[in-house]
Write a protein that binds this ligand. Structure first.
Ligand code: GRF
Length: 213
């Protein structure tokens, strides 16, 4: 694994030639919905051309139907060896990304860890949002971990994806107060409100060249 590889950014998009985005989701897709709203409000330098999920029944596909965006569910292949299963799954994903000429991948509630080879190929063109102030509380249970830690502040972080879990160059973050009697879902819902504004804006800044890598 070559950790010293620099990020290779996408080209700068424009309203007449928007950057072609694929969004990866696993579930409800509220973040996808926020991005699609942002992109349809006024012409942007980016456009979602494809949504991919490992779950063909992912709830978020409703937003694809509503916005005339292609949704593709790619199930994990039935291969016992975990690493071969991941690589074979990602090969199928790559075929779709090539078919749709995707230039930037936006992870939005995608619950799978991507292999180092996939990340390496897309480094600089692969962004994620994580529901904590990284490097605090990485992993799949950020809200649970923040509450267990009696944190008084959490938030969300937009970052480029590296080979590590929830690691990579931080592009933006925003704090959210943790209230005394917060449940996991209280905190999650309040952080999502912030995520839905921050993520589309940072994607916009990245695609329009305002953020330079
Ligand atoms: C968001 O909180 C995001 O930070 C995390 O997963 C959640 C996705 O929610 N990675 P949704 O599927 O977009 O509603």
């Amino acid at each position: 694994m070559d950790m010293s590889l620099p990020y290779t950014p996408s080209r700068v998009g424009s309203k007449i030639d928007p950057l072609r985005i694929a969004v990866f989701i696993s579930g409800g897709g509220s973040g996808l919905s926020a991005l699609l709203k942002f992109q349809t409000k006024i012409p942007r330098s980016h456009q979602t051309v494809l949504v991919i999920s490992e779950d063909p029944n992912a709830g978020g596909q409703i937003y694809c139907e509503q916005n005339d965006v292609t949704f593709v569910g790619i199930r994990l292949p039935n291969i016992p060896d975990k690493s071969l299963r991941r690589l074979t799954h990602e090969e199928k994903i790559e075929v779709k990304l090539a078919e749709f000429n995707v230039e930037l991948i936006v992870l939005s509630g995608y619950m799978r860890i991507l292999s180092p080879s996939f990340v390496k190929k897309w480094k600089g063109r692969l962004v994620n949002i994580h529901p904590s102030l990284l490097p605090e509380y990485p992993g799949a249970h950020a809200h649970r971990d923040a509450l267990a830690d009696s944190a008084t502040v959490s938030g969300c972080t937009v970052h480029l994806v590296d080979e590590g879990v929830d690691e990579g160059l931080i592009l933006a973050s925003e704090a959210v107060e943790v209230l005394p009697n917060d449940t996991i879902s209280d905190l999650q819902n309040r952080i999502k409100i912030i995520e839905h504004k921050l993520y589309p804006q940072i994607i916009d800044d990245l695609c329009s060249g305002k953020i330079q890598l």
